[in-house]
Design a protein around this ligand. Sequence first.
Ligand SMILES: Nc1ncnc2c1ncn2[C@@H]1O[C@H](COP(=O)(O)OP(=O)(O)O)[C@@H](O)[C@H]1O
Ligand SMILES: [Mg+2]
Length: 371
Amino acid sequence: MSLLAGDQKPVIAVLTVDDEWTQFRGNRANFRDIVRTGRELNYPVYIVTTKDLKLSANKIQGYGYSPEDKQWKKQWFPLPQVIYNRIPLREDEQRPSVRRKIDECIRHGSVQLFNPYFFNKWTLFDWLKQNRTTKALVPATKRMRSFKSLLPMLEQYGSLYLKPESGKAGKGIMLLQFDEAEKRPYRLTIQGLRQKNVVYKTGKPLLLWKRIKAETGRVPYIMQEGIELASYKGRHFDIRMLVQKTERGIWTVTGVGARLAGHRRITTHVPQGGSVEEPEKLLIPAFGKEMTASLLNRLKSSGLLIAKQIEKGSGHTLGEMSMDLGIDLDGKIWFFEANAKPMKFDEPHIRKKSLERIFQFSHYLYQQGKV
Ligand SMILES: Nc1ncnc2c1ncn2[C@@H]1O[C@H](COP(=O)(O)OP(=O)(O)O)[C@@H](O)[C@H]1O
Ligand SMILES: [Mg+2]
């Protein structure tokens, strides 16, 4: 047995919610990869639901993965020292019983929880505006409350992205453009499911607002300056970055990927016809070799600044986030959103590193928590 305290590994629980039909919610393949990585690195790790997580007990019912019979099995586990929140849906995380459990973890003396909550699009912009450097990276953004505030903003920027505050995967996103040369100058592009866009044109502001309201209903939206993104073969692209903390608790960039929009699509999401690409493949034709190298460096340093500012704004311990960054025609970097529950990166080298970092950072947290 080693006498070095640093050798002792924390017990890690991946937090989710229970499900009537499938035992627990969340991406199984992701959970399997996490458990497998934990095993490889010698960390005890299991999946736990908010319902089963009883912090006053000395053992807990969780799910372990048995690779032999390819099944999740409910078993008893020791109380975790570190909890990694992977509750997959905002609606679940917002349920009072779930919130209470998360709050209990945050307040608990000997349990460390990281990434306690989803981010909201609006609050992210609010946090980033509070720092001079990150403020320069965010497009002008306002809450879309009334028709009165929409038109002056459209006039100022020429095009606006309208996005749900709690959206994901491009759902509900619209692009509003004004072209005075047109007979019907207001043009609203509504991203439909799969390959279909719906375009609505009108010359009457009130009809425009009526159409927008018909799409948004009661869902809160933000309106945002439209950025003219750099493109590759006539298709726009943007950058996905995974930022995580290391074994020393320092923010670092785990991976950078690019997403190329589908033909005539207003977002770059893969389910919307977008594709995953190597950043250099898209950046070099647009900006040249030399500028691409410096752009990639600027992207990374911007990503780190953004992560730090978001963590500060949130007031909670964060261990990772993914972000969407755009690059305009002049090579200026723009922040679009950050996600506290990053999706899997398909690029294999990024994927492996990202799984390992979850454990390395958990170890760091555990050591910080021990007094
Ligand atoms: N202000 C904007 N200007 C230009 N393109 C944008 C803007 N906002 C979003 N987009 C495009 O739409 C995509 C999705 O926007 P995002 O805010 O990430 O929404 P979601 O939560 O649905 O992923 C971005 O990755 C980008 O390609
Ligand atoms: Mg996004």
